[in-house]
Design a protein around this ligand. Structure first.
Ligand code: SAH
Length: 342
């Protein structure tokens, strides 16, 4: 499980090897990841044979959308589950990663939230998701999409800003050792206001997505319990600070739920918030989840909501939903949590 070792500590693992060995291994782990130690071609055979790379076993690998979406369910030795989804587009290949096993935020419409919190992921477990996808792409490609992870989004399981230290260390490794640009990494949060402010002080400037879903406190508290602790004005204020401090644009995520947050009144209030933040709005039609009867709105209601926003001068994109048939779409990740084989 070499991904759980601090990269700087690697050299201490092979005291009898020449000092360049650890550098070679560090390159294989972070610069050109491979699925198996056998592929680390410049290492002596007996050393390769003894290496254990991944802090998880791949329990399932599912492919959807004509090969453009791949979902992995990874299982840590303690039974914790980690899910990651790879999505290929014409000019980018995006990996959606998890920051926690399960989630404590309990957003009513999110499958991960419905099934509760398991534990935080360690930095190495977060980084290994990206390394695994990179190794998979190097071996298999992904149709005509770039065969490397060009973008990382913290939109899998968990609330990244509730696991701040590990997420920070992971981003340090992405931007340092792995050479990714901070701009291509998106931290998506349900609105942990103090942590958004803290993120604004980091040396790297990642992209920020704020999952708003409702434009007044009453409705938001009914969907996102954390809103009681950090009400809308706190979340908007922290986002405003992030934007000013980093010069990055923020985006607003809005999961559209029929009869709940798809009204024209919500659209008007949302447009006002987006204007204030100069934020782009990403609307996602709800992906139905097991524990509620919530449904996405009809096409007509969705169009009416979007036109109201654009009419008010907001920048809006309706995001496509990938991997619905393999429960890989936004909000659908939740490992069937009973451990197998114990
Ligand atoms: N906790 C973070 C990241 C994980 S959720 C956050 O809340 O942003 C990633 C995105 O998926 C969020 O915008 C979230 O609101 C959205 N989402 C959750 N459940 C969904 C569902 N059932 N259908 C569509 N989008 C959903």
């Amino acid at each position: 499980m070499l991904y759980l070792t601090e990269p700087e500590e690697l050299s201490s693992l092979w005291p009898d090897e020449p000092s360049y060995r650890a550098d070679q291994i560090r390159k294989w782990l972070y610069q050109s990841p491979v699925l198996e130690p056998a592929d680390m071609t410049n290492l002596p055979g007996d050393l390769r044979d003894g290496l254990d790379l991944w802090p998880f076993a791949i329990e399932t690998e599912q492919v959807a959308d004509s090969g453009r979406t791949v979902k992995w369910l990874m299982r840590a030795p303690d039974g914790a589950s980690i899910e990651a989804v790879l999505m290929g587009y014409p000019r980018r290949t995006t990996l959606c990663i998890s920051s926690q096993a399960g989630c404590a935020m309990a957003c009513t419409f999110c499958a991960t939230g419905q099934f509760g919190f398991e534990r935080h992921l360690q930095a190495g477990e977060i980084v290994a998701q990206v390394a695994y996808a990179a190794a998979y792409l190097a071996r298999n490609g992904l149709g005509t999409s770039p065969p490397r992870v060009t973008n990382v989004v913290f939109m899998g399981m968990g609330e990244p800003l509730a696991n701040y230290a590990n997420v920070k260390t992971a981003i340090d490794r992405f931007t340092g050792l792995m050479g990714m640009s901070a701009r291509s990494i998106t931290v998506s949060t349900v609105g942990v206001a103090p942590a958004i402010r803290k993120l604004a002080e980091e040396p790297w400037r990642v992209s920020l997505a704020v999952s708003l879903h409702a434009a007044d406190d009453e409705l938001r508290t009914s969907l996102v319990p954390l809103n009681k602790r950090y009400p809308l004005e706190d979340v908007i204020g922290a986002t405003e600070y992030f934007v000013q401090r980093t010069g990055r644009r923020a985006s607003i995520e809005w999961t559209l739920i029929a009869g709940t947050n798809d009204t024209l009144e919500q659209a008007d209030k949302l447009a006002a918030i987006a204007r204030r933040l100069r934020a782009h709005i990403n609307v996602i039609a709800l992906n139905p989840t097991p524990l509620t009867s919530d449904q996405p709105p009809s096409r007509a209601a969705t169009t009416a909501f979007l036109s109201r926003l654009t009419g008010a001068g907001a920048n809006v994109t309706l995001r496509d939903t990938r991997g619905q048939d393999i429960d890989a779409a936004c909000g659908q990740l939740r490992a069937r949590s009973l451990t197998i084989g114990t």
